[in-house]
Design a binder for this molecule. Sequence first.
Ligand code: NAD
Ligand code: IPM
Ligand code: MN
Length: 347
Amino acid sequence: PSSLNLAVIPGDGIGPEVIAEAVKVLKATGVDATVTEYPFGATHYLATGSILDQSELDALAQHDAILLGAVGGDPQDPRLKGGIIERGLLLKLRFAFDHYVNLRPTRIYPSVTSPLSNPGEVDFVVVREGTEGPYVGNGGSIRTGTPHEIANEVSVNTAFGVERVVKFAFEQAEQRRGKVTFVHKTNVLTYAGGLWQRIVQAEAANHPSVDWDYLHVDAATIFLVTNPARFDVIVTDNLFGDILTDLAAAISGGIGLAASGNINPDGTFPSMFEPVHGSAPDIAGKQLADPTAAILSVALMLAQQGHPDAAARVSAAVEADLASRGDAKRSTAEVGDAIAAAVASAG
Ligand code: NAD
Ligand code: IPM
Ligand code: MN
């Protein structure tokens, strides 16, 4: 493949700290890449008044892929209220670049201590819908700020949008262990749940080699703790997927390990890779963040960009590093240095 034209948005809080290590590891692979940094995030907004305008969106669209650290500032800051950065930057990118698959893999590596005492062999992927559901901003309130306020946040589910992500999930299962678990709340969310249910059923008929089952989202949280090895591919809506993937990260040994890809499978727009975690203001600026999630996001990006060998080298180096982690606490940069060195020497 020709030179990888990568946009990097380090973002806020621990974002720049973990992204520095992720870029270090990318460089260690020897993959020919041009890295262009963009300053977007809460800090940039507070300094300039700008979040992400059309010309900046157009510039990002020219890249092959985007690597993002994390965005979002102090939730108590009145200037950032209402998730203005999350919606104006992160969700704007996911929606504008039609990232309808939010791919979030979970593995419990044999060497990692899970909070579960006996989790078994855990290796599943959550296919989280990325462009619809309650995330679309279809809401409003009246009598705002009064005791009679009424606030609505309407979940949007289209047949087109559900079909394409469900199809992707079944295709993933065909490449994996042949099992899809559809997660929703069809016992209460009758309309959206009914649409999802019918589409899953219809899509299943096109994939006879794939077994599928259904769990209500509340029960799914039970099984993620009591029997996570039962899962192969989970397909679910945007909000359920958000919640389940923080839980999945926690059982796998920590949010610092969880990588994700916001994928536009059609290739019309650049896909965007990012850790599942946020800007972690509580530990920012102290070199305490685990950069593993950001580094594994680079591996996902390399695989998606046609560099499977480099991706495998990064994954293997991470796995070896996890196996060698003792009680001694290393800095963010020390972890990145160790993984980058292992990647370079395997090259
Ligand atoms: P968070 O993921 O930032 O932090 C939750 C907890 O996990 C904190 O205790 C934090 O210290 C810890 N943690 C997170 N990443 C870690 C890492 N790499 N290593 C070690 N510990 C880590 O979630 P939050 O506190 O709910 O959100 C903080 C801000 O980040 C908010 O503004 C939120 O909107 C934003 N956010 C952004 C993204 C994103 O940019 N993709 C994702 C989630 C949250
Ligand atoms: C995530 C985050 C985002 C989400 C927020 C920051 C908008 O929690 O990537 O998981 O809810 O999708
Ligand atoms: Mn989340």
